[in-house]
Ligand binder design. Sequence first.
Ligand SMILES: Cc1cc2nc3c(=O)[nH]c(=O)nc-3n(C[C@H](O)[C@H](O)[C@H](O)COP(=O)(O)O)c2cc1C
Length: 360
Amino acid sequence: MINNLFDSVQLGNIDLKNRIVMPPMTRSRTEKGDIPSKINADYYSQRASAGLIIAEATQISLQAQGYSLTPGIYTDEQISGWKLVTGAVHAKGGKIFLQLWHVGRVSNSHVNGMQPVAPSAILAKETNVYVIEDGEANFLPTDMPRELSVDEIKNIVTDYSVAAKNAINAGFDGVEIHGGNGYLIDQFLRSNSNKRKDEYGGSIENRVRFVLEVTKAVVEAVGAERTGVRLAPFITAKDMGDPEILEAITLASKGINDLDAVYLHLSEADFDDAPEIPDSFRVKLRAAFTNSIIATGRYNLQRAQDMLETGWVDMIGFGRLYIANPDLVERFKNDGPYNELRTIGWFGGDEVGFTDYPNL
Ligand SMILES: Cc1cc2nc3c(=O)[nH]c(=O)nc-3n(C[C@H](O)[C@H](O)[C@H](O)COP(=O)(O)O)c2cc1C
């Protein structure tokens, strides 16, 4: 049977009403203490007709933060704030996961008062982070990170599992481990950002160790049926070009499959960094991973239907289309029209460019 975007699908123990996913998108609208509030609940509940929402990247600790105004999931106040969001989405029959985030070296001490940490003390060249100081927003270059000790790595693995439990307490249906887009897990995977000489670096097996330890810890904390992982095999932004990345991602995918994680989410485009993914890679991934595969990056209705028909993926994410079209499912059913995406309000600000896009 050929999969269709509008078909329902089972994800672990939950039923999704369609295969349309709203992927995680940082929108930088939290209150003091990195706490989500009513405006975030409005934004996500407007989009609750998606089969699955994956809420924006959310730091698992203060150290994990790389940009101002991104939400956290490590204080009671943050958990309470997220309850507003999950309650509003569930009230409309939606399902919502939370993306768990550690930025590693993609940070600046002006964000959280700390020197960034990384597998190795290597700067991410030509990489900026969004910082608000004294009410003024600026993009600042990342700071030189310091190398994590093995004890610190083990503590971060624990931070992921605590954050995952917090997310479930906040009412999320599951969590997505952010293993892509140049952040901490991706920094461990790649030979250009990971020059460690211990069990976390050197060979591909060693570079894959961190993502598998994190996945195992999260699976043990909240269950494999509530654990997804996002990886970004072809993306090179944030100084992440690495000739060995495909081998590392393939090995990581097999390990994640052995841990029975409920989905693997391919990040196929990070803004303009949108390389073509060869069919041969998709075939290999489908063979390596038994549970659901989500693909996100430059899809429209037609490309999404074509991709589902190949059988290589099970669900499709639509990022920028979801910023501009809260009722994207209904618009797809009508084959449009679509609101135009405005540049205002992508990161930070108020309801303008956030909750003010109209329904059909
Ligand atoms: C404003 C914005 C914020 C984003 N923030 C995140 C994020 O927090 N986590 C993540 O994994 N990807 C993030 N992304 C990437 C998207 O999830 C998605 O992969 C990307 O937009 C490509 O899909 P599209 O072409 O359908 O927009 C972001 C993208 C945009 C446009």
